[in-house]
Design a protein. Structure first.
Lengths: 111, 116
């Protein structure tokens, strides 16, 4: 059973922020929210993860709602190379290399 | 650092045959997981190996088996191949000991298996 719900596709203009939503209403207290992306014909790439607090790294920001039932991945300045399928995954630490991917959101960055 | 390497990159097999896919984890990683990705779908977890033992398994039949070697590399074996086994097979590595500090899995580029 899918633990997360994501829109199947989104477009974003190059240079603008891309905001990718994810619903995970059944998340447990010990479960993390992970984001991976998969560029065509490549293996998935880790982006960011969080438990409760908002997180930021060199690639993106992760905003988790206070009730933890949803989150948003933000790519602050999308480039054409960010065109990919983005997966939101909920897992506890023991499942960190046992990831349920779902179908993700296909983000297309438009010139 | 070579990252996660998989071989071969492409493979064509006939129904009923057996296939072995190989994975070398990222340096310093001790855990290897295998995933199957059908066209247009997200990766599906097959199983995970740690300390040369299968630790977790997804919903795959016994035709799918694996092995982890003392150097942490791993093999995925699929027996009695079916047309439906055609997919991209991905290997991911991580480190149990580093998990509390660096919680991410690194993926290889995959092996594209075609069963005809």
């Amino acid at each position: 059973d899918a633990k997360t719900t994501q829109p199947p596709s989104m477009d974003c203009a190059e240079g603008r922020a891309a905001n990718l939503p994810c619903n995970h209403s059944t998340i447990s207290g010990n479960e993390y929210v992970y984001w991976y992306r998969q560029i065509h014909s490549q293996g998935p790439q880790y982006i960011i993860h969080g438990l409760k607090n908002n997180e930021t790294n060199e690639m993106a920001s992760l905003i988790i709602t206070e009730d933890r039932k949803s989150s948003t991945l933000i790519l602050p300045h999308a480039t054409l190379r960010d065109t990919a399928v983005y997966y939101c995954i909920v897992t506890d630490q023991t499942g960190a290399n046992n990831l349920f991917f779902g179908t993700g959101t296909r983000l297309t960055v438009i010139p | 650092d070579a990252g996660v390497t998989q071989s071969p990159t492409h493979l064509i097999k006939t129904r009923g045959q057996q296939v072995t896919l190989r994975c070398s984890p990222k340096s310093g990683h001790d855990t290897v997981s295998w995933y199957q990705q059908a066209l247009g779908q997200g990766p599906q977890f097959i199983f995970q190996y740690y300390e040369e033992e299968e630790r977790q398994r997804g919903n795959f039949p016994d035709r799918f088996s694996g092995h982890q070697f003392p150097n942490y590399s791993s093999e995925l074996n699929v027996n009695a191949l079916l047309l439906g086994d055609s997919a991209l097979y991905l290997c991911a590595s991580s480190s149990i000991s580093l998990w509390d500090r660096k919680n991410e899995a690194f993926f290889g580029q995959g092996t594209r298996l075609t069963v005809v």
